[in-house]
Design a protein around this ligand. Structure first.
Ligand code: NAD
Length: 459
């Protein structure tokens, strides 16, 4: 505890000195982070493979590449973001000027999840650096190789008086939460999100919470056969080709009209075969389940006899390799855990509806998703989804892509999260917008001062 307080004091003193506020410091740190990612690329591939069995291509696309893109964007725009913005004032204020001055929040704490252990630690760090904050990162203990890589690499490349990594599990997290921070940025589960928010409330610390997914995909049976094939390809590669379903943005379940179900299942099966071959357990292209705990959790979802009876493809598991086959289920009971909890793994339920329009009611009967994906060319349906449902984001005719767009905020709503980041939104997340008004000492209307009389009401 004493050493944590000393570490916080060091970071606070450095923040108060103004060292992290200059554009030169922010750009230098962003460039150093860029160097870390390029010079340590092989190490990163190794640790991500160790933690999650991710293929190098997947690791580059989802972690290193995403970060390099964000760094480039922030380096280009940070100076403009940090500049005060002039604001209009009513004539009655004359002579005066006003501006909004972006002010770094101070000392911030970042908690990350294990599924993209590098990107989810460093993407918020890009925002914190751009905003001029000092930062402590607590990576997930469930990706230990990446966590210890960050603890080694950050001090080697970054300003150690401003950015620190603290490793550890729940006891360390709990200790961190007892202290006061100027912002807590959390990526993780809804359950722990609640713990973070109540701990933050004690100090009135603002939070950004990037929480659970439960993202539905709606597939319209009126699509042409080639568009249906494309939809299945996109859903399949985003589900199983992105950390094997262990992604907040993975499709959690598909909604489809009864008459399309068997065609869609065939298309998904073809896509799995094309991507990973016949012997999936040996495939190097598919990530494994992160640990025994999550492996057992996923197996227990399948053990429910009502759920196992609904498996139409896959279902095999290998405990030693922590491997679960891409598994498709048709109409599992809606009351089963599979359908009431976030799956976060390679199981993909398909729920059939009489009419595709019923998908709106279905989605609205559940907590607000992080993302909704709708594959359709029907403009009326698109409009209804946008205006009658609530979610962190909506993507038409694709999956996951919005995550890569710097100009779009990434975040949830309701149980899928509070706040957002990416691009300028990351800068805003770690910034206080300070209102500044400058006035002069001449031209003073006497109407603003007592003694009051009815004549002064007119002003
Ligand atoms: P988690 O909530 O178990 O852990 C996240 C972080 O919180 C870790 O750093 C962990 O050490 C810490 N933590 C765990 N228990 C704690 C406690 N009792 N007190 C204080 N801190 C604690 O989440 P996870 O298993 O690492 O990640 C999976 C979850 O994260 C899923 O729900 C997934 O949807 C979500 N997620 C969301 C996003 C997003 O951007 N919205 C991205 C990735 C993952």
């Amino acid at each position: 505890m004493a050493s944590l307080l000393a570490l916080q004091e060091e970071l606070r003193q450095n923040f108060r000195s103004g060292a992290t506020r200059s554009v030169a410091w922010r750009k230098a740190q962003l460039r150093s982070l860029h160097r870390l990612l390029t010079e340590e690329e092989d190490q990163i591939f190794t640790v991500l493979h160790e933690d999650l069995g991710k293929h190098r291509v997947e690791s580059f696309r989802d972690e290193i590449g995403v970060l390099l893109k964000s760094l480039k964007y922030s380096l280009t725009h940070v100076q403009k973001w940090m500049a005060p913005k002039k604001r209009q004032l009513p004539l009655a204020f004359f002579p005066a000027t006003a501006e909004v001055m972006p002010e770094p929040l101070g000392l911030v704490l970042i908690f990350s999840a294990w599924n993209f252990p590098l990107a989810l630690s460093l993407e918020p760090l890009i925002g914190a650096i751009s905003a001029g904050c000092t930062t402590v990162i607590k990576p997930s203990e469930h990706a230990p190789a990446t966590s210890s890589f960050l603890a080694r690499a950050i001090p080697k490349y970054m300003d150690t008086k401003a950015i620190k990594v603290i490793e550890g599990g729940i006891p360390v997290a709990e200790q961190l939460l007892q202290e006061k921070w100027d912002k807590i940025f959390f990526t993780g589960s809804i359950q722990v999100g609640r713990i973070i928010m109540s701990a933050a409330a004690k100090h009135l610390t603002p939070v950004t919470l990037e929480l659970g997914g439960t993202c539905p995909a709606v597939v319209d049976s009126r699509l042409s056969s080639s568009d249906r094939e494309m939809a299945a390809k996109r859903i399949s590669s985003a589900k199983w080709g992105c950390c094997n379903g262990q992604a907040c943005l993975a499709v959690d379940y598909i909604l489809v009209e009864e008459k399309l179900a068997s065609n869609l299942i065939d298309l998904l099966k073809q896509s799995i075969k094309r991507n990973y071959g016949e012997n999936l357990a040996e495939s190097k292209g598919i990530a494994r389940i992160v640990n025994k705990h999550h492996f057992m959790r996923l197996c227990s979802l399948l053990e429910d006899p009502r759920v196992s009876a609904s498996v139409v493809h896959g279902g095999s598991v290998d405990e030693e390799k922590l491997f679960i086959e891409p598994t498709i289920l048709l109409n599992p009971p809606l009351s089963s855990k599979l359908m009431t909890e976030e799956i976060f793994g390679p199981l993909l339920p398909i729920v059939t509806l009489k009419k595709i329009q019923e998908s709106i009611e279905f989605i609205n009967s559940r907590p607000k998703p992080l993302a909704i994906y709708v594959f359709t060319e029907d403009e009326k349906l698109k409009k209804r989804v946008l205006s009658e449902t609530s979610s962190g984001s909506v993507t038409f005719n694709d999956v996951l892509l919005h995550y890569l767009a710097d100009e779009l905020p990434f975040g949830g709503v309701g149980e899928s999260g509070i706040g957002s980041y990416h691009g300028k939104f990351s800068f805003d997340t770690f910034t206080h917008e300070k209102a500044v008004l400058r006035r002069h000492f001449f031209m003073e209307p006497q109407a603003r001062y007592p003694p009051w009389n009815d004549f002064k009401l007119k002003f």
